[in-house]
Design a protein around this ligand. Structure first.
Ligand SMILES: O=C(O)C1=C[C@@H](OP(=O)(O)O)[C@@H](O)[C@H](O)C1
Ligand SMILES: C=C(OP(=O)(O)O)C(=O)O
Length: 747
């Protein structure tokens, strides 16, 4: 453990139990305090602290204990805090900062206000969320705060310098420090900590009071042990918490009662849909929660919305060793565009839709979760299999909260259309990257249909949709080639009076049209026009999602540029509105063959075989741009490895993807030493040697993966920062690439 310079000369700890004792142990271990003093009513505790070497001095007189201290931590049970504060206040020196470790903030702040007088602004309320079921100074643990969160709840009158100093100290102890209001803290903790403890205590007590409790406990299985572990916690401490946070605990309990009543009713009525609904929602909610703790991209981004200090220490960095080749067979994950639509149309259909090959990536999961939040029962995904219990076109329910779309533009834009004609209000939010993307492109034409939609600053998320509007079919000439805008309008058209039609300036992916047809909903096609008439119905069906050509693109480019490569990619979707990448790479000289072409549930698929080939620069034909729109970051890497110039125009849409893909790729490629020129609507890239460098993904999955494959032709390692978002479209990317031969390390 590194020892720093002491942050405080003299630290007084009032109450030397698990929290105070561990604080002393951690300060000691890291050399963060000059002298450590404890104040406690118990002489025995002080002796123990001295014997364990946790403290240098101890006093039963709290005013004496804090004398000369520049930091005081109050870590008694919350009910004793007012008494302790009153006793220590006379001993405080003017500059002393006082903080606490209480699990309830409202009542502790009130006590501090009553007892500290003029010193109150130097009180920084805090709560290290690091308790465990053991207690007392004997349980002191120097590592207790490492990688745990500490919540500070400073008030308007709290001295910002004091808050900063306390924050700095907890950070030095290895904690992640968050700030929120005391009210917010008390409500959140009532729901996430106080309620579960209450339930654990109550369950054990209820069963223990039954006739022959030894019988029950003898047969109690792991579930009982897991659920009730926290009933071993200190009753005195929890007694205090339930009393001090009375109202918030009662509110949380009322919420829980509603939930458990619903569960009970479902069992009583034999309502299997309702039962599956509760449990599948809980399953995913827990998966999200675990991801949150592991800080995957979903949560990293989620946090960037509402917490100022989210650390990114868990957002992986890719380090790619230069050179190598790719060889073998690899099934890439399911198509993202089709996966989104399988949930949307499955939910709106009558009957049960089975989906196979579903992409278990965060973008598609965000769509799935949104429909669960709107009352749709969805089982899975288990190994790519999802079962959607359709509720019919008018069966969605108002979600109790904003729908969170994560990093996914497709989810937000298509849902804006789909939800414009519902009876209820709904708000759509997204992560930091999605929150920068334009939403007026769907909101504006939907308003022309009669929808009431509000976007945030600059036409960006959040998107607020007012329900209960009557939509009227209309015709719209799309100003840009966008499958998302087209799809949003067609989905709104399902709810509109009469016909809704769109024409596109160039063909874009047609999965919505194909899948509507597969669900038995007629789509009229005439040249570039696509139209639906409202008031029909969708019939559930069986869907098989092919492997995503946009993910396969990284392997098509990787195996083309790396010497001695030969890769087979089975069952890849080759819908002609998606194969621009194959056409472009072939024009550049790539050796890609389509084997075993067949139809899979309305979508053409093939096994793609790609072998290394010398590439040459080309002018990318304009009509291929919308057909390869997501593959350009990878294509730019191919261009950087080709002989001569590759020139792209007409691709301004790249600037409004998860990042500005023209600029971000240009920055990264320049860092690798590539000669290029950026245009407003494209780029010129001159092929040549690639060096090594550290590049930034800008939370864009396709940027991260593109620079990973660039490593195959680099002369030195490439380090790519912020790669967690790779999981949005290509979970398992690193393992799969390694299995084929890429020297990719995830740090
Ligand atoms: O409809 C879809 O599934 C998509 C359409 C495209 O977006 P635009 O419509 O914005 O071009 C594409 O970039 C995105 O990854 C998926
Ligand atoms: C642009 C993309 O997705 P979306 O718009 O759904 O975020 C993409 O996957 O490259």
């Amino acid at each position: 453990m590194s020892r720093g310079a002491p942050l405080f000369r003299r630290v007084a700890i009032i109450g030397l139990g698990l929290i105070g004792g561990s604080f002393a142990a951690a300060l000691r271990e890291r050399g963060l305090a000059g002298t450590l003093v404890a104040g406690s009513r118990s002489a025995r505790t002080l002796e123990q602290g001295l014997a364990m070497g946790l403290i240098d001095e101890g006093s039963q007189d709290l005013a004496l204990a804090v004398r000369g201290a520049d930091l005081v931590l109050l870590s008694t049970p919350v009910s004793a805090m007012e008494r302790s504060l009153a006793a220590l206040a006379p001993g405080l020196s003017e500059r002393a900062i006082v903080t606490d470790g209480g699990s309830v903030k409202g009542s502790v702040i009130a006590a501090a206000r009553r007892t500290l007088g003029d010193h109150f602004p130097r009180f920084v309320p805090g709560h290290p969320i690091a308790g465990k079921e053991t207690s007392g100074v004997a349980a002191a643990d120097a590592g207790l705060y490492q990688d745990h969160r500490v919540i500070l709840t400073p008030l308007a009158q709290t001295d910002p310098a004091a808050t900063r100093a306390v924050r700095e100290l907890w950070t030095a102890l290895g904690s992640e420090v968050l700030e929120m209001t005391p009210e917010h803290h008390d409500r959140v903790l009532a729901e996430t900590s106080h309620l579960p403890h209450l339930l654990a205590f109550s369950l054990v007590d209820t069963l223990a009071r039954q006739g022959d409790s030894t019988e029950i406990f003898r047969y109690a299985a792991g579930g009982f042990r897991d659920f009730t572990r926290i009933a071993s916690s200190d009753p005195v401490m929890w007694h205090d918490i339930f009393q001090e946070n009375r109202q918030a605990v009662l509110d949380a309990l009322a919420l829980f009662r509603d939930g458990i009543d619903g569960f009970r009713d479902a069992i009583e009525a034999g309502d299997s849909d309702a039962l599956m609904g509760i449990m599948t929602r809980a399953n995913t909610a827990r998966a999200h929660f675990l991801a949150l703790n592991a800080r995957t991209s979903y949560t990293r981004a989620r946090h960037s919305d509402n917490e100022s200090s989210m650390s990114d220490q868990h957002d992986p960095t890719f380090v790619v060793q230069p050179g190598g080749s790719l060889r073998g067979r690899a099934r890439v994950p399911g198509d993202k565009s089709i996966s989104h639509r399988s949930i949307m149309l499955g939910a709106l259909a009558d009957g049960v839709t089975e989906v196979e090959g579903f992409l278990e990536g965060e973008d598609a999961l965000a769509t799935l979760q949104a429909f669960r939040d709107m009352g749709v029962v969805i089982e899975g995904p288990h190994n790519g299999k999802v079962t959607v219990h359709g509720v019919g076109l008018d069966g969605l329910k108002e979600p109790g909260k904003p729908l969170y779309m994560g990093n996914s533009g497709t989810s937000m834009r298509l849902l804006t259309g789909l939800l414009a004609g519902q009876a209820f209000d709904v708000t759509l939010t997204g992560d930091a990257s999605l929150s920068k993307r334009p939403m007026e492109r769907v909101a504006k034409p939907l308003r022309e249909m009669g929808a009431s939609i509000q976007t945030g600053d600059g036409g960006r998320p959040p998107v607020r949709i007012r329900g209960g509007q009557t939509l009227k079919g209309f015709h719209y000439d799309l100003p840009m080639a966008s499958a998302q805008v087209k799809s949003a309008l067609l989905l709104a058209g399902l709810y509109a009076q009469g016909e809704t039609s769109v024409t596109e300036p160039a063909p874009t992916r047609d999965h919505t049209e194909r899948m509507l047809t597969g669900f038995g909903y007629p789509v009229r096609s005439e040249g570039p026009l696509r139209a639906v008439t409202g008031g029909g119905a969708l019939r559930a069906c069986h869907l098989e999602v092919p492997a995503d050509i946009s993910s396969a693109a990284f392997l098509l480019v990787g195996a083309s540029i790396a010497a001695d490569s030969d890769v087979l990619l089975p069952h890849v979707g080759i819908n002609p509105t998606r194969t621009g990448v194959i056409d472009i790479l072939r024009l550049m000289g790539a050796d890609i063959t389509l084997e075993n072409q067949r139809d899979s549930g309305g979508e053409p698929v093939a096994d793609l075989r790609v072998r290394s080939a010398p590439l040459k620069g080309i002018e990318i034909p304009a009509e291929l741009v919308p057909l390869a729109i997501d593959e350009f970051p990878a294509i730019f890497v191919a261009a950087a490895c080709a002989e001569g110039d590759t020139v792209l125009h007409g691709a301004e849409e790249l600037r409004v993807k998860e990042s500005d893909r023209i600029q971000v790729m240009a920055d990264g490629l320049s860092a690798l030493g590539v000669d290029l020129e950026v245009f407003e609507d494209g780029i010129r890239i001159t092929g040549g040697a690639l060096g090594g460098a550290e590049v930034e993904s800008h939370d864009d999955h396709r940027i991260a993966m593109s620079f990973a494959i660039a490593g195959l032709r680099a002369t030195a390692p490439i380090t790519i920062r912020h790669c967690a978002t790779v999981a949005t479209s290509f979970p398992g990317f690193a393992d799969l690439m390694r299995s084929l031969g890429l020297g990719l390390e995830v740090r």
